[in-house]
Design a protein around this ligand. Structure first.
Ligand code: CMP
Length: 139
C-alpha cells in the first residue's frame, strides 16, 4: 500500500555535499520525495526526536552530532515506503550494511551513519508531524 516515511540526511552527509547523491539513491529505489527542507536542529528538537534513546549511553553523543551541522528532513512516499527505505538505507552500522545501500556507500560509522528512517507507521506519523505541517507535504 502507498505509505509515507520520515527521513533525515544527517550532518556527516550534508557536510560532504552528499544530499543529491543520497536523493539519487532514494529516487532510484522508487521512493518519491514529497517534502524536504534543510534545517539546523536545535538541541530541544534533537532531544525530542530521539527521546526513546534517552537512557542509552550514546544519547549525548547522538544529540551533539545531530545538532553539529545542517540536516535535510524529508517525507518519502511509495509502496511500502517504511520497509523499502530501511532496505535502501542498509544496516545501522555501515560495517554490516549491504552493497549498494546508502550507509554502505556513504556512512562513516554507527553514529555518523548518514541517514535516518522511521521504523514503523506509528513512529513515521509522529516524526513527520514533528517537522512538517500538512500543507508542506505535496504528494
Ligand atoms: P537512527 O536511525 O537515527 O536512530 C538512532 C541513532 O542512534 C542511530 O540511527 C545511530 O546513528 C545512533 N546510534 C546507534 N547506536 C549507536 C552507538 N553505539 N553509538 C553511537 N550512536 C549510535
Amino acid at each position: 500500500a502507498l505509505q509515507r516515511t520520515f527521513s533525515i540526511i544527517k550532518p556527516d552527509a550534508t557536510e560532504r555535499n552528499l544530499t543529491g547523491a543520497v536523493n539519487a539513491v532514494i529516487e532510484g529505489a522508487g521512493l518519491r520525495i514529497v517534502a524536504q527542507k534543510r534545517i539546523h536542529m536545535t538541541r530541544q528538537q534533537a532531544e525530542t526526536f530521539y527521546a526513546v534513546h534517552k537512557e542509552r549511553p550514546f544519547f549525548g553523543e547522538l544529540v551533539d552530532f545531530m545538532t553539529s551541522g545542517p540536516v535535510v528532513v524529508q517525507v518519502l512516499e511509495g509502496d511500502n515506503a517504511i520497509a523499502r527505505y530501511r532496505e535502501v538505507m542498509g544496516a545501522t552500522n555501515p560495517a554490516n550494511a549491504a552493497e549498494g545501500t546508502i550507509r554502505k556507500l556513504f556512512a562513516k560509522s554507527v553514529g555518523e551513519n548518514s541517514v535516518h528512517g522511521s521504523d514503523a507507521p506509528e513512529t513515521a506519523a509522529i516524526e513527520i508531524a514533528q517537522f512538517f505541517s500538512g500543507n508542506e507535504i505535496v504528494g
